[in-house]
Design a protein around this ligand. Sequence first.
Ligand SMILES: [Zn+2]
Length: 333
Amino acid sequence: MAMETKESASGSIQKERERIAKFQGCIAAGCYHTVGLKTYGEVIGVGRGGVLYGVNSWRDIIAVSAQSDRTVGLKADGTVVKAGYSEYLGDKFECDVSRLRDIILVSAGRCHIVALAADGVSATGMLEFGQCNIGDWRDKIISVSAGYLHTVGLKADGTVVAAGKNEDGECNVGNWWDIVSVSAGWSRTVGLKADGTVVAVGCNRFGGCDVSNWRDIVSVSAGSDHTVGLKADGTVVAIGYNKQGQCNVSGWRDIVSISAGSSHTVGLKADGTVVAVGDNEKGQCNVNNWKNIGPFSKERLLEATQWESQGLCKDCGSQKSGFIFKKCKSCGE
Ligand SMILES: [Zn+2]
């Protein structure tokens, strides 16, 4: 009987994991910025301004990813757009995403970008630590995550491969099994197991790897020095460096997606609003007025386009007013 109970608990975790899967990539936290995906395929961002340059003009986006001072967007047509470092700071690690096609998942690292297509993975950007040497990942890779200077890939058989900087052991994932998702942070890698437990390797100077007692987890996100886990009941746990309050998530409810930035944490709620805690030096936590954040929907795009053409608010369909900068009377957008 005990076995049966365990089996059904595991089954309900899997169900919840599948339910929230579509919200992955709807929010992303970088070092000093946060981006959110509107249900009509646009991207909203707060924080260090230059990093977000051009993001407002992105259209038909279905997922976003952020790391450090970099943002990438996956378009509905399988191409990739980017903003941040190289555009803003003249970074020498040019990540060329212009040739990427048929991409189904993209992940931003500090100096590199990793992309997953149906027929394999590719990486572009800084080569110094070998974080882009993933061309020999022959086995079926079903998910990827770019860390600060390393890259992690999840294989269909539940094992994990890693490449890149391994100074803190962040690539020592060779003995992991039964993994269903991975998240690479600054100097740490976190893996979610099918049974809802979590494993972590890498830098543990602030306890960000101390996740062995976590249960009922359906999603994980590795920040710089903290680790965040979403539980099946919609609450969130966090551990590690908390000097800026980035782990103060205990009051969160109805969360469907999480993202750990360098020193802040963001959570997407089921109603399309967003919460944030932690460092707000550049305004990266100013997400309180965000709405309609969630999976891209063609129906919502059609509706928003129609509303916009009638001079109405794309978010709620209400009248806009104002002389030059027209604002929605109802929701402020
Ligand atoms: Zn409105």
